[in-house]
Design a binder for this molecule. Structure first.
Ligand code: C5P
Length: 491
């Protein structure tokens, strides 16, 4: 059976057809609500979560409003607490659009803001929340928001219903899905409903999908720098170490320069790429699963064809990292400006923030890996203690990197730090070899019931709790992991 998104069509599993049609109808209703607010000249605030998916999701809606000459501001925030909703109510806005925010507190938002809001999301929500009219969330339609569509994908569908010419925004939705690591399909492809969006982006001439080595900056950086700045997978001895990369490639006989100019990965012939992989294998064989890791080096590359090839925006994954860098360093506005089209000051600033961010991340990871006291291994989990080291906004980025390191495979990974407010913030990741039944989102939501907030997806979740409730929180996590080991509970 076929479904049409924006003039393009794609084969979608038949059993999901009805649900997808329902989603599109609902997106249309949400699009009409936004349209009406714009026509009435309402003062709109679009709030987005601080990661790449939150920023692209908010930017897509902002751009759709901008194209209708609407009045709006965009704000990027870490998480949506009830206190924030109360504060927002006191501000001078007529309508609130939450992007990738608000899961778990939908009922309370409704009580505070009545009908002056909508939320566009892909996080798992309760049955009760699914019934709230103000929310459009993939799970309402049985669509798995962990892998099949991101919040930016949901925003894109809403934007398309507002104007069929919004197809150029499909690229931002691809960037959002990559940022949320939805590239879990064959050869690191993004799948599910995301495929419709990829197809839109290709057909409208904005995106090219190819298979290649997956180093960051494959079109923009000297080869040794591209390898050094790649954190997924984290290559012990090479990641973060330009000199070592340079020495390894040089001794492997790879031609790194064309005259005075450094060559890039994208310029390498197939034979040369094979040589690069061969040179890297000895570093990966430090890990027992080297073959799988080598596979991780090759996969689908999502190239944004209309972006300058010497910027980080050209590669979808690198674009997403740049947006994460902006959001997680308190520069969400720079990310939004780039998504809205600023290729001058905002892009320059974004590139600077990205370089600094990668440097900081690498320092954190090296620090953790070289200090045994920071890693506590339990029977079913690893707890990485980032207290006094990791900034709370960087926690998710660190846990994502660590979860790809062989040493942590087979157990649930938790990374914690003390926040500026004195709370404890946790970021959790499923690693390779964890039970498929493990659902970290459910565990974090349950464990944070003591005055905390928590939730997320089965593979990636988080929580924030008052420090004095830490013991109860950890006890619940331990219990759920033990139950799972005994063959009980979750998914
Ligand atoms: O911050 P991090 O990247 O670890 O977050 C992983 C997932 O958990 C995200 O989808 C985020 O929205 C969710 N999360 C949550 N509540 C928190 C922290 C994270 O729902 N307090």
């Amino acid at each position: 059976m076929e479904i049409f998104c924006s003039g393009s069509s794609i084969n979608v599993k038949t059993e999901k057809m009805g649900k997808i049609e329902e989603l599109f109808n609902r997106a249309k209703t949400i699009g009409e609500i936004i349209d009406k607010k714009v026509r009435e000249g309402k003062n709109i605030i679009v709030l987005g979560h601080l990661d790449a998916d939150g920023i692209t999701s908010a930017s897509i809606i902002a751009k759709a409003i901008l194209r209708k000459n609407g009045r709006f501001v965009v704000r990027i925030i870490n998480n949506l607490k009830l206190k924030t909703v109360h504060e927002l109510k006191e501000e001078d806005y007529d309508f609130y659009i939450f992007c990738e925010l608000g899961a778990g507190i939908g009922r309370q938002i409704k009580e505070i803001l009545n009908d002056k809001w909508i939320a566009i999301d892909h996080h798992q929500i309760s049955e009760d929340e699914k019934s709230i009219d103000n929310i459009i969330n993939s799970w309402q339609f049985g669509i798995d928001g962990t892998k099949e569509i991101s919040a930016s994908g949901m925003s894109y569908i809403v934007a398309l219903t507002m104007d069929r010419n919004n197809t150029d925004l499909s690229c931002l939705a691809v960037v959002g899905a990559l940022g949320d690591k939805q590239d879990q399909g064959e050869g690191r492809s993004i799948t599910g409903l995301n495929e419709i969006i990829v197809k839109d982006a290709i057909e409208s001439g904005y995106l090219k999908v190819t298979k290649d080595l997956m180093f960051y900056g494959r079109e923009t950086k000297p080869i040794h720098e591209a390898i050094a700045s790649t954190t997924t997978p984290f290559i012990p001895g090479l990641t973060g170490n330009r000199d070592s990369c340079l020495a390894t490639l040089t001794s492997a006989g790879i031609k790194l320069k064309e005259g005075v100019r450094w060559r890039t990965i994208a310029e390498l012939s197939e034979e040369e790429k094979g040589k690069v992989i061969e040179a890297i294998i000895p570093y990966l064989t430090l890990a027992p699963s080297a073959t799988d890791k080598v596979k991780e080096l090759i996969g689908n590359i999502y190239t944004l064809e209309r972006e300058d090839e010497h910027t980080s925006l050209r590669d979808g994954r690198e674009f997403a990292t740049l947006l994460n860098a902006c959001g997680r360093t308190g520069n969400g506005g720079v990310g939004v400006s780039i998504c809205l089209g600023d290729r001058d000051f905002a892009l320059q600033e974004g590139e600077r923030i990205l370089a600094e961010y990668k440097h900081t991340l690498n320092n954190y990871v090296q620090n953790i890996l070289s200090d045994e006291k920071r890693v506590v291994e339990g029977k079913w989990s690893f707890m990485v203690i980032g207290d006094g080291l990791i900034d709370e906004k960087m926690l998710g980025a660190i846990s994502s990197i660590l979860s790809g390191i062989t040493r942590f495979e087979g157990k649930a990974l938790f990374v914690k730090t003390i926040t500026n407010d004195g709370d404890v913030s946790f970021s959790a990741r499923k690693t390779k070899g964890c039970s498929p039944a493990l659902n970290l989102g459910l565990i974090m939501a349950e464990a944070s019931k003591f005055e905390g907030v928590g939730g997320g997806h089965d593979v990636a979740a988080g929580a924030r709790i008052p420090i004095q409730r830490s013991d109860e929180f950890l006890k619940i996590i331990e219990e759920r992991l033990r139950e799972l080991d005994e063959g009980k509970g979750q998914n």
